[in-house]
Design a protein around this ligand. Structure first.
Ligand code: MSP
Length: 512
């Protein structure tokens, strides 16, 4: 792969950033770092979704005009992501003028091509979802998401001929089985496309809502918020120029949560078809997080805040936990006891102990100075290296399949082996015999190479820890030695730093 375009959903500015939104950020940030490090040209986009009823209502509640309100909350989202260290390349707001201009350009094109028409329509409308529902979609007469009864409204609106593209989209899904992944979500969309999907109401009369992008062909209407927001994935690239769009669009990888599959899996590709644009490469759908078995909600006070996590256990440990504990595409539960258990076992014990033991011995036995390797390596040294080669290989294949938990599992299997290698080679015992000291120097040299490899492998997942490990090894970020082959990084006499506690153990009640 030589280029990749990664996107997150645009977050509504009516809620604070939480684990659900942070999860997509963690996944995409990890992938962006992974692909950048592999030399792949990467563009990573996120941003905020700022128009529509929901936002207008939230602004009214805050007694602010919508623009002032969205300016404030969008900036807060951005500040949160920045302080979490997410390295996105561009942050788009649907109120940005270039986005507004491009939405209007695309609407004009589709309108002129005859795929937007005016009609009178009556139907059941959920204000929470900002869309019409069919009787069949309701559960007990209520919106399945908001558990409120939709209101019957009748008005004249503009409609997008979505149904015209239904068969073509179904064919595309059949010809590209991984267009939407994991498979369960592809099947969900395929099932939707086997039933009549109808056309999509893409306007809201200004008499009801003014906070939106005005339709270029009728000043009495604004654009339906989804028709506006989805276009961000293209407008952000077009903003950087047509060449930029041509370069990145074919490699678009959208990442979303499972509640917004229909807009991304049905509305968006049919919109692209009508606009004469190629389809995105993949729609990648993740599951939902609950907290201690319950849906997260403000009223229950159980929302997991990424900034709070950063403060309590650190951003890297939080990233490790959500990626190691969840299976992409499936729902997961955020439990404090699992977090503590994983933190103590994998980070404090397995990784933390390896690093502190090796650096402590290097310090104690050789004043931190790396010793040279002999020309032949013992079988256990070769085995140690091989374990890391295997981990790197497995990591690559799991990343391609979005199996982040497996990728981490592969690296931790190698870390585990490195700890066993210490037990097996027993440098602390060998050092007592003067004639074995050069062997101790070799063993530690191999272990420093293991730590360097760990730093490289975990860098996309735990960027700060990777950087700390590199510094402890006395290596600069751009130092070619950092990426050198095993055994070829450390010159004799290179100094590494004294140990440091990377992950202090979390003491749990009753255990000391
Ligand atoms: N604004 C739309 C997306 C427009 S994209 C052109 C939207 N925004 S949202 O703020 O409501 O949701 C943003 C993302 O957070 C969605 O992918 C949603 O699935 C995700 N999550 C919200 N709660 C979540 C969990 N509890 N768990 C995992 N993801 C969740 O929808």
């Amino acid at each position: 792969m030589d280029r990749i375009y990664l996107t997150t959903p645009l977050y509504y500015v009516n809620a604070e950033p939480h684990l659900g939104s942070a999860y997509t950020m963690i996944i995409t940030d990890t992938l962006a770092r992974y692909y950048r490090a592999s030399g792949c040209d990467t563009f990573y986009l996120t941003g905020t979704d700022e128009h529509g009823d929901k936002i207008a209502q939230a602004a009214a509640q805050a007694r602010l005009d919508p623009k002032a309100f969205t300016d404030e909350i969008s900036a807060r989202f951005r500040a949160t992501w920045d302080s979490c260290g997410f390295a996105y390349d561009h942050f788009i707001r649907t109120t940005d003028s270039y986005h507004v201009g491009y939405v209007q350009e695309l609407l004009t094109k589709v309108y002129q091509a005859g795929d937007i028409y005016f009609d009178r329509y009556g139907g059941l409308y959920c204000f929470g979802c900002e869309r019409f529902y069919t009787e069949k979609e309701l559960v007990g007469g209520k919106c399945p998401d908001h558990l409120t009864e939709p209101q019957l409204i009748e008005e004249e609106n503009y409609f997008f001929r979505m149904s015209k593209y239904q068969d073509r989209l179904l064919r595309h899904l059949e010809e590209h089985p991984d267009f939407i992944r994991p498979e369960g979500f592809r099947n969900e969309v395929a099932a939707m496309l086997r039933e009549p999907i109808g056309d999509l109401c893409i306007s809201r009369p200004k008499s009801r809502l003014t906070w939106g992008i005005e339709l270029p062909f009728d000043h009495n209407y604004v654009t339906y918020v989804w028709f506006d927001a989805l276009i961000n994935y293209v407008s952000a690239l077009k903003h950087k120029g047509e060449d930029f769009f041509q370069k990145f669009w074919p490699s678009a990888e959208h990442f979303i949560g499972k509640d917004i599959v229909k807009p991304h899996g049905v509305f968006w590709p049919t919109m692209l078809m009508a606009a004469g644009l190629p389809l995105y490469k993949h729609l990648n759908v993740h599951g939902f997080w609950t907290a201690e078995g319950q849906k997260m909600s403000k009223s229950l006070g159980n929302t997991v805040s990424p900034l709070e996590m950063k403060k309590t256990i650190g951003m890297d440990a939080f990233r490790y936990f959500v990626l190691r504990e969840s299976v992409f595409g499936q729902d997961s539960d955020f439990r404090q006891d699992s977090l503590t258990a994983r933190y103590n076992a994998d980070l404090a014990n397995n990784l933390g102990n390896l690093v502190s033991r090796v650096l402590a011995m290097q310090q104690k036995y050789f004043n931190g100075l790396v010793q040279s390797l002999g020309s032949t390596w013992a079988p256990e040294d070769v085995e140690l290296k091989e374990r890391f080669v295997k981990a790197e290989y497995e990591l690559g294949s799991h990343m391609a399949d979005l199996q982040f938990h497996r990728a981490l599992e592969a690296v931790w299997a190698a870390i585990d082996y490195a700890n066993r290698y210490i037990v097996q080679t027993a440098p602390f015992t060998l050092f007592k015999e003067t004639d074995k000291r050069s062997r101790v120097g070799e063993v530690l040299h191999h272990l420093l190479d293991a730590i360097r490899t760990i730093s490289r492998l975990i860098a996309p997942f735990m960027p700060d820890t990777a950087g700390e490990l590199r510094l402890l090894l006395g290596l600069g970020e751009d130092d070619p030695a950092y990426r050198a082959a095993w055994g070829e990084c450390f010159a004799k006499g290179h100094a590494v730093k004294p140990p440091k506690v990377l992950f202090p153990r979390i003491e749990t009640e009753g255990k000391r």
